[in-house]
Design a protein around this ligand. Structure first.
Ligand SMILES: Cc1ncc(COP(=O)(O)O)c(C=O)c1O
Length: 363
């Protein structure tokens, strides 16, 4: 069976170092906010080329706390794509704000900028572009339509560690977004051995505020100044990430290589390739197929695991339907019906990649 993604394969060369670091944290008895946390924050901000990085417990908290840090009136509107992981949507609800969904593009799964334009009104306070599958939303185009309006951009980079805008800036490090949030969930391009997340920004006040929010509202112990979460990054996870971040560039390069082989060689009139931005880091490699059920059976029979990202849009979830009025997004809903994620584990062998390509071409 070709696994969809084998988490520990790519860490083989650093496993000993990781175990040594975990052992050191245990010996030091410093499990919460130990020195590895600061070291990781510094490494990550250096990697993104941002001024500040604040680690936290997961990517969902990263989004929620970022929204809370903006001090918006309850019910302020937040624009986000209808096709994303559910967390992007829940973060808006949990920050007591109003989600406003918009459709994606026809040929790529990113938020449609013309649709954003139609949804902007005096209540719009935030736009959350999602760099889905590691493909980058060109935020400068969004900024053109928000110019002169007091609208924050919080980009969801959960799937885009190391991805680049067309000008070469890394996501999370440019001045385009006010705040950028990352998940470090194990399956991400940079993943911990449990839940983890991080936020970057170039704004000192926002960074300070988020640092307080993630730790029960204080920086100086017992000096609770704001609303707080218990959303710290564990020292053990930070010690693991301090090794894993050194491999990120190399692993992203391998993902890009696999994607280029898929793009060049998958040729089947029943399969449609989707468009990715040039600076994509291919968190997922997604194709479209009309009769998906049949195709999935075909893959399993030939021992190829797959993923679905995502089988329904946000407005199709039970929770959304119960809380909000019915709404339809043509591109996102068509996409949800047809999308299939192929294995893009950086450690796939050439033989495995060719097998996947040939199997798909014979479908
Ligand atoms: C686009 C997107 N946003 C947010 C999240 C939430 O991250 P986490 O699972 O770390 O809370 C994820 C992770 O799956 C994601 O893919």
């Amino acid at each position: 069976m070709i696994e969809f993604y084998s988490l520990n394969k790519s860490d083989k060369n650093i496993k000993k170092k990781i175990l040594k670091s975990i052992s050191k944290v245990i010996d030091q008895n410093n499990f919460i906010m130990g020195s590895d946390v600061k070291v990781f924050e510094n490494k990550f901000k250096y990697f993104c080329r941002s001024k500040f990085a604040i680690s936290c417990a997961n990517g969902t908290d990263a989004l929620t706390m970022s929204l809370i840090s903006l001090n918006l009136k309850p019910g302020s509107e937040v624009i986000l794509p209808a096709m994303t992981y559910i967390s992007t949507f829940y973060s808006v609800i949990n920050a007591n704000l109003k989600p406003v969904l918009v459709d994606i593009n026809e040929n790529d799964p990113l938020i449609n900028i013309n649709e954003i334009k139609k949804k902007i009104n005096k209540y719009t306070k935030v736009i959350i572009p999602v760099h889905l599958y590691g493909s980058v939303v060109e935020i400068n185009k969004i900024k053109k339509i928000t110019k002169g309006k007091n609208i924050f951009i919080v980009d969801d980079c959960a799937q885009a560690h190391g991805a680049e805008y067309s000008n070469g800036d890394r996501v999370g490090g440019s001045n385009l977004a006010n705040i950028s949030t990352f998940s470090l969930y194990p399956g991400k391009n940079l993943g911990a051995y449990g839940d983890a997340g991080i936020i970057t920004t170039n704004n000192k006040n926002i960074a300070k505020k988020i640092a307080k929010i993630r730790n029960q509202g204080f920086i100086k112990k017992f000096n609770h100044e704001t609303i707080g979460f218990n959303s710290r990054l564990d020292t053990i996870q930070a010690s693991i990430l301090n090794h894993k971040i050194n491999n990120l560039k190399k692993l992203n390069k391998l993902r890009k290589k696999i994607a280029s082989i898929y793009k060049k060689n998958i040729k089947n009139k029943n399969i449609k390739l989707i468009e990715y931005s040039d600076g994509s880091v291919f968190h997922q490699f997604v194709i479209r197929v009309k009769n998906r059920k049949l195709f999935l059976k075909y893959l399993i029979k030939r021992n190829i695991q797959y993923g679905l990202h995502y089988p329904h849009t946000i407005n199709q979830t039970k929770f959304y339907k119960r809380k909000f009025s019915k709404i339809f997004f043509k591109n996102a809903e068509n996409f949800a019906k047809q999308c299939v994620s192929l294995p893009i584990d950086p450690m796939l062998t050439i033989k495995e990649i060719n097998y996947i390509v040939n199997t798909i071409n014979k479908y």
